[in-house]
Design a protein around this ligand. Structure first.
Ligand code: SF4
Length: 585
């Protein structure tokens, strides 16, 4: 396994994945061998194993099932289906069955919200689950049929492209962007990209041409290009579709970037949940090598460049660019201090461009069609279009592309959403907008979004939504800095207390103070946005929070009287005076 990965410590995640697949956990002997061979300490390897949720120090079942726990999966009946399967297979959630055949658990959003409820079985996605499908799956497991012999239909994943726009309607032909760029000249192509106003599509919106220019101008013997395909924001799945249907163009955008910044090596960091795309993407890379669009002397321009695909292992934080680079280097994905920014010191300390899948797709299109074509759509500050992943309460969930400046109302009409309570724009780290704000616009100057667009109708409970998001952040905090590690856990606890009916006015004040603390003092974007679901719903629905509260200044977060029952038994005292109720009276 080590030899297949070239014996490089940076490939540690690849090695661990193969070991995990083979043994169902990472045995101590494997850790020792990796440590000796890679010259990395044993504790460092254990730190990596413990950091990523797809690696385990204890054996999982031969069939390891992880149910996607996104709010939209829950809205589609995930909780009941999980229980149904647990009963069928006689296994408890979070446990391995005694015979070792199967284990069952939850995982964060798997990027299949347009066709949920979804799950991963030994890393492979199964979607649109219902009782019939789960009964079939349980039967295959009990018969111990290898996954490779299961009906292909079980693993079908649809693209669901509902509304193609600027980019999806006009895919480029292979090599067109590179040919156009070399014909125009690389410096002029970068100027064209600058003129297009393209901004990063991951959500932050940094100017793409400026990023490329800063990296190109950074003095170094090596430069790198990284495509961030770790779209872990719940409700986002557009990169899954782009990589399935337009991978050539994404790789072409990466190659264009490499030509401009002087990189010889690129990486596609693919989220572990999209393992089912891995072989197909490798085939696309191979085709491009055969077409002379990757490898040595690309298009006879004395330009060498190739791309490796690296799989993540279930850590949302690796979507943050510096955490992603740490992960690429075979370490836990803990965000770095910035500055220095990756364009100056990125992968292996060398200048590195990290861009989202959609950004590379757009860059390739701009190289072919020009800046004017791109700026003809969108607004002054947000040129071009945005690809959205639409899920939740609507008739047609899927992929939609809109020119920036489109209103939320227009989008809701297209996807057949009715009786809308609100929309979570940009995923849990984004903002919840109410039905009073439907004329707001999709644009960096109004509602910026990485692409997640979750719709909730009037039958939904705001608290259930926010609770799901709060639990998500507490689970995904990487634990590096105290405001986020402790703060997200406290937010979750405090919010649960209110949802469970133990909240008081004092608790809401404390919740608001906690939100400010986590937002202002956390090290990276995860912590800085973790309180957004609470802040945005508190602002919009103060009356709902008030209605949920008890009219006293303090209430414990649990049933204190019941909790003291054990102590009362031990003290042989269970008379009325021993109960808290008596104190209140
Ligand atoms: Fe890690 Fe959270 Fe701190 Fe970011 S804010 S470094 S995710 S603990």
């Amino acid at each position: 396994i080590i030899a297949e990965s070239g014996g490089q410590a940076e490939r540690l995640l690849d090695m661990l994945r193969v070991i995990q697949n083979r043994y169902r956990f990472i045995p101590a002997a494997a850790i020792d061998q990796l440590a000796d061979t890679l010259n990395v300490s044993r504790s460092q390897i254990i730190a990596v194993v413990e950091f990523y949720s797809f690696f385990h120090l204890n054996a999982q079942g031969r069939y390891d099932i992880l149910f996607s726990d996104s709010i939209t999966d829950r809205m589609l009946g995930k909780t009941e289906l999980l229980e149904y399967l647990a009963n069928l297979l006689h296994v408890k959630v979070g446990e391995v069955r005694a015979d070792g055949l199967v284990s069952l658990n939850n995982t964060s959003c798997t990027g299949l919200c347009d066709q949920g409820p979804a799950a991963l079985i030994n890393g492979l996605a199964v979607s649109a689950l219902d009782c019939a499908k789960l009964t079939e799956i349980a039967g295959l497991i009990e018969q111990q049929i290898p996954l490779s012999e299961w009906p292909e239909s079980l693993f079908a994943v649809a693209d669901n492209i509902r509304k193609p726009g600027l980019l999806l309607q006009t895919p480029i032909t292979n090599g067109a962007a590179l040919q156009a760029a070399f014909a125009r000249g690389l410096p002029t192509t970068l100027t064209e990209l600058e003129r297009s106003g393209l901004r990063g599509r991951g959500g932050a919106g940094f100017k793409t041409a400026l990023k490329w220019r800063l990296c190109a101008e950074a003095d170094s013997d090596q430069h790198f290009v990284v495509c961030n395909a770790d779209e872990g924001e719940p409700g986002t799945f557009k990169d899954r579709v782009l990589l399935n249907s337009q991978a050539h163009q994404v790789f072409e955008g990466m190659t264009l970037c490499a030509a401009i910044i002087g990189a010889k090596q690129g990486f596609l960091y693919l989220r572990g949940e999209y393992q089912f795309l891995y072989d197909k993407l490798q085939q696309v890379l191979q085709q491009r090598r055969q077409q002379g669009l990757l490898g040595d002397n690309i298009l006879n321009q004395h330009f060498d460049f190739d791309i490796q695909i690296r799989l993540g292992a279930g850590a949302y934080i690796c979507g943050e660019e510096s955490a992603l680079i740490e992960s690429l280097e075979g370490k836990p994905g803990i965000p770095r201090n910035r500055p220095p920014y990756p364009v100056i010191q990125g992968y292996l300390g060398k200048p590195t461009v990290v861009n989202n899948v959609e950004t590379f797709l757009a860059a390739a299109a701009i190289a072919v069609h020009g800046a004017d074509w791109f700026t003809a759509a969108g607004t002054e500050k947000s040129a071009g279009s945005k690809i959205l992943s639409i899920s939740g309460d609507c008739g047609l969930p899927g992929i939609y592309e809109y020119p920036f400046g489109s209103t939320i109302r227009e989008i809701l009409a297209d996807c057949q959403a009715q009786d809308v309570l609100g929309v979570q724009v940009g995923g849990p780290s984004g903002v919840f907008i109410s039905d009073q704000e439907l004329d707001r616009k999709l644009a960096f100057e109004d509602l910026a979004s990485g692409g997640s667009f979750m719709i909730f109708n009037q039958s939904r409970n705001i608290f259930a939504i926010v609770q799901n998001f709060s639990h998500f952040f507490a689970h995904e905090s990487c634990g590096f800095c105290t405001p986020c590690r402790v703060g997200t856990a406290l937010l979750k606890q405090q919010f649960d207390k209110i949802v469970n009916g133990y909240g008081s006015a004092g608790d809401v004040a404390e919740l608001e103070a906690l939100c400010r603390l986590v937002k202002n003092y956390s090290h990276c974007g995860l912590g800085q946005t973790a309180a957004n679901p609470i802040i945005s719903t508190l602002e919009r629905y103060p009356e709902l929070y008030q209605a949920q509260l008890k009219n006293i200044s303090y209430e414990p977060g649990f049933d204190l009287d019941a909790a003291l029952a054990v102590a009362r038994r031990m003290a042989h005292r269970d008379d009325p005076a021993a109960h808290l109720l008596q104190v209140e009276e």
